[in-house]
Structures are given as C-alpha cells and as structure tokens.
Design a protein around this ligand. Structure first.
Ligand SMILES: C[C@](O)(CO)[C@H](O)COP(=O)(O)OP(=O)(O)OC[C@H]1O[C@@H](n2ccc(N)nc2=O)[C@H](O)[C@@H]1O
Ligand SMILES: Nc1ncnc2c1ncn2[C@@H]1O[C@H](COP(=O)(O)OP(=O)(O)OP(=O)(O)O)[C@@H](O)[C@H]1O
Length: 302
C-alpha cells in the first residue's frame, strides 16, 4: 500500500521586496496561503531512492537533472544517517516555474512523507521540526512555508514564518498562460527600490474586507514579470473581468495570477470561463495538506 502526501500550490497574496542581502537574495514580506490545486507524492519501499514523474504537467520535468524531490530525499537521509531508500511517484499537476512554488511544495512533501516512511518521527517533536525547517531552508526560499503547509507571513528570504491573520472562508481562481518564468530572471529585472512591510490586521471576517486590505498592497515582482512575459497582463485583465472577482494579482515571480472570490463554488465556475489553452484552477482555500504543523513564531502586536 502506497503512502501519499499532497503538495499544494502556494499563493503569495502580497509580495513586498523589503531589502537585499549581500549575497544577492532579497528580503521579502509576503502573506502566503495554499490553494486546493496540488501535486501528489507517493512512496513504496524499494532497494534504492528512485523517482517516477507522472501527470498532466510531468513532461516539463523529464529533462530535469536534479529534481527537488530527490534532493530533499538525499538531504534528509544524510542528515538522519539512514540509507534513504524508496520508490517515489510524483503526480505533477501544477505548472513548472510558475510562481506557485510547485517544486518547493514537492520538496516539502518529500520531507514530510519520508519522515513517516523512514520512521524518523522528526515532525512529531519541536526539536525535530526545527531540524526539518533548517533542511527545508537549504532546499529553497519557498520550501519552509511549504513544509509548514498552512497560511503564514513570510519574512527574511522566506525562512522566517509568522502567523497569518485569521483568514475568511472564500474562493480562489488560479490562471497561468503556459509560459514558464524563471525566478532569478524576474528578481534581476525588478526596478530598484524597496517597499515597507505590510501592516495587516489580526484577521478578516469576510473576503471583501480581506480584498480591500490587499488592494492597498502589491506584488513588487509583477511589473518585471509583465515586462518579461506580457501574457501576464492579459491574464490579469481576464481575471478582473470574471463575475464576482474581488481582487486579482500575480503570485510569487509569476506567471500564475490569482483572483479572490466570496466562495469556492463561485470560483470553480469562474475558472471555466477562462481560455482553455491556459492552465486554470478554481476552488477554496485550504489549510495546507497532510501532516502540517505550526512552527510559527509570534508576530509583533498579533
Ligand atoms: C518569489 C517567491 O516565490 C516568493 O514566495 C520565492 O521567494 C522564491 O522562492 P524559490 O523559488 O524557492 O527561490 P530559490 O530557489 O531559493 O531561489 C531562486 C532564485 O531566486 C532569487 N531569490 C529567491 C528568493 C529570495 N528571497 N530572493 C531572491 O533573490 C535568487 O536569485 C535565487 O537564486
Ligand atoms: N519537482 C519539481 N517541480 C517543479 N520544478 C522543479 C522540480 N524539481 C526541480 N525543479 C526545478 O525548479 C524550477 C522552479 O520550479 P517551480 O515550479 O518550483 O517554480 P516556481 O513555481 O516559480 O517557484 P516559486 O514560486 O517558489 O518561485 C523549475 O524550472 C525546475 O527546473
């Protein structure tokens, strides 16, 4: 019997670039949430660590020499001092290089799944979770939030996770014009200058009030992404024209954009009105997936 772990898409509701470190990485302030759109990772025992990739978005990874799932598995095996064996199947449903952290979600799912499969039990103790978080940060800036697997305010370069405001129920549409965008290129194309961190309330009771707050914020990578991939602007226009759309914005480094709706069923219906040539998804928020936990520090004033 296979073991399974979901790898849900991460969506940046706002993304302010607040500074730049001497090593070139950018400091961020970003409210990250998770959509129901998800990859899946399966495990069964095997003599060595191998990965098979299936699913509608698998082809983009067939030439990938160093899949993040295998990197995560090797890193965990080394850190835990175990042989690190298993046959993994990645069912890839999220578009690759699209600003919704698909690779990061897969790496985080691999850490959670192999922790269970290899009987390590790291995720069951605070000390083990801290060690796992450190491994996640070595795999990529988005991997810690994906390991946490629940809404969080990301700061630092992504390794500092603070509690998210209480989120209202609601719906989301995701749309991608099927053009990959490389994260480093988008950061490089950014106009110079920095934004202040967002000032967020402790929560929102309904989606219109959350959208009203978010409308005062922005994604600092959006202009650079539009310059590199003009189709992003078309996606934003199409999302804003959907009935019931409360706010539309790009996620992460793009090109995927999201739109917020009052409820999940309305979002699911709206997604079907977008061009079928795009990757599109509509539904509700999720608290994450699988064995998520909350390694979140406390937010000043929260
Ligand atoms: C833009 C976001 O998606 C927002 O959630 C993430 O910050 C990107 O996270 P990621 O794809 O996991 O990023 P990584 O794989 O760690 O880094 C890819 C490249 O993006 C740039 N990068 C990434 C994260 C960050 N805070 N500052 C950066 O400047 C760097 O050029 C880095 O070499
Ligand atoms: N399992 C994986 N899924 C997706 N990409 C992977 C995977 N393993 C390695 N990669 C590499 O990582 C790159 C970034 O992929 P990913 O889909 O995570 O980008 P992204 O959605 O823009 O991420 P982010 O929102 O974190 O910036 C890909 O171009 C690919 O070369």
């Amino acid at each position: 019997m296979d073991m399974m772990e979901p790898a849900p898409a991460k969506v940046n509701l706002h993304l302010h670039v607040t500074g730049r470190r001497s090593d070139g990485y950018h400091e961020l302030d970003s409210l990250a949430v998770f959509a129901g759109a998800s990859d899946q990772l399966l495990y069964r025992p095997a003599a060595e660590l191998i990965l098979e990739i299936q699913g509608p978005e698998a082809a983009a990874l067939f030439t990938e020499r160093d899949n993040l799932v295998l990197r995560a598995g090797r890193l965990l095996a080394d850190a835990a001092g175990v042989p690190g064996r298993g046959a993994l199947v990645l069912k890839k449903a999220l578009p690759v290089a699209s600003g919704i952290g698909g690779g990061s979600a897969d790496a985080a799912a691999a850490l959670r799944l192999l922790d269970r499969a290899w009987g390590l039990g790291w995720m069951a103790s605070a000390e083990g979770r801290a060690r796992m978080m450190a491994l996640a940060a070595r795999l990529g800036a988005d991997v810690p939030v994906c390991l946490a697997g629940r809404p969080a305010l990301m700061q630092g370069i992504g390794e500092t996770l603070l509690p998210a405001p209480d989120l209202p129920p609601g719906g989301m549409v995701l749309a991608n014009p099927r053009q990959p965008l490389a994260t480093p290129a988008v950061f490089r194309a950014r106009e110079p200058g920095f934004s202040a961190p967002a000032e967020l309330p402790t929560g929102w009771h309904d989606m219109p009030s959350m959208a009203a707050t978010l409308a005062t914020l922005h994604n600092d990578l959006e202009p650079a992404a539009v310059a590199l991939c003009p189709a992003v602007a078309n996606v934003l226009v199409a999302l804003r024209a959907l009935p019931g759309c409360l706010l539309a914005r790009m996620s992460g480094s793009g090109a995927t954009c999201f739109a917020l709706f009052a409820d999940g069923q309305e979002a699911a219906r709206a997604a079907l009105q977008l061009p079928a040539a795009w990757w599109r998804w509509g539904g509700g928020f999720t608290a994450g997936g699988g064995s998520h936990y909350s390694p979140l520090a406390s937010r000043a004033g929260a």
